[in-house]
Write a protein that binds this ligand. Sequence first.
Ligand code: GLC
Length: 430
Amino acid sequence: MGKFGKGDSSWFTHDRFGMFIHWGIYSMHARGEWQGVIENMSDEQYHNYFKYFNPDLFDAKIWAKAAREAGMKYVVFTVKHHEGFCMYDSKFTDYKSTTACGRDLLREVVDAFRAEGLRIGLYYSLIDWHHPHFEIDVNHPYRERDDREELNKTRNMDIYRQYMKDQIREILTNYGDIDIGWFDFSYPHVPYNPKGREEWDSEGLIKLIRSLRPDIMLNNRLDLPGEGDITTPEQNTPEDPIYDDNGNVAVWEGCQTFGGSWGYKRDEYTWKSEKQCVDMLINHVSRGGNLLMNVGPTSRGFLDDRALTGLGYFAKWMKYCSRSIYGCGIAPEEFPEPRDCRYTYNPETKRLYLHVMNWPCMYLILPNMAGKIAYAQLLHDGSEVPFKESHPSFLHDHLAVHAPKGSVILTLPVKKPDITVPVVELILND
Ligand code: GLC
């Protein structure tokens, strides 16, 4: 339990699957969300994006519907990314969507996603390239300028810290129930003007957040060990569960992209395949984690075909297999995973889900399962899967399937069923 309270993780570890949305005026240059720094852009250069931002094709209802159909149960939306542009109507700046295009984009997102039954999470960047009092550091577009020290003399982080608090109060009070606070990020060990708990006043921020919303789920990027409810690996899928300092499985959420970039990237050619996407979801849940899958909408406000196709991969699979995801997590140790398979387990229904990542030839051997299975079926079509504890041949010994003692042999259809990753639902004996 953190010093300043703890969020309600019960819904979070049940729902397992959310949509990350990285949308800002960086979608104009269409080269990802870090380009301001990568190209050392000046405020003047960046101003074009603010001036010409026109999300005329934005309809949050379309996004929300696509998320719901993909099986996602919550959304995390970038209210402000590192560029500092606010996607909502803030009293504390003019660098916001209501000034740029006359729309409170956050309001539209929140309303549409709630209407589809999804919970709401807000991403707020601690880094701010636009705020005149944010001290220039290694993650700032002016980091290589000769006059950076000179510029920093006029910058006062006290003012910036107050700005963050004012904005966080705004977004947590003006937009209804917010279920997740996602703060990004700390770098206390870099050589030039590191930032962490002191520079952000992380304690002050957490106290403020919990005073406004005691149950909110908080991520762990505020550099305050022991605080934060969600561990957030990024762009990698942990092989094993993640444990906290007390050796308990941590609540964790891997955030992932379809291509390599979070913000819209037009010239992106590294899109993940259908199989990779579905595998990723299974791999997260089987290790006790959630998957937060990102989309980066275009500057005109639509999800391009690649993003919609990617969401469709999940929709197709989740329509038939979501029972192995919702309410599920790591399987008990007494069920060792067979070759090329992943288990998930639902502790409420006590059902075990066998995800066959690589389709075998007819027989699949489940170690240590003898006497434990009451019934087995393919999850997507509810068709029975016959099983035996050993498989002697009636004709010739050499046709017998050899399986170690204590195991069960499933007889699967020779042809892989027409679903990205087939799942066998194992109903266990009481
Ligand atoms: C990193 C990046 C950022 C992205 C985030 C998602 O912290 O700076 O662009 O929003 O990861 O986890």
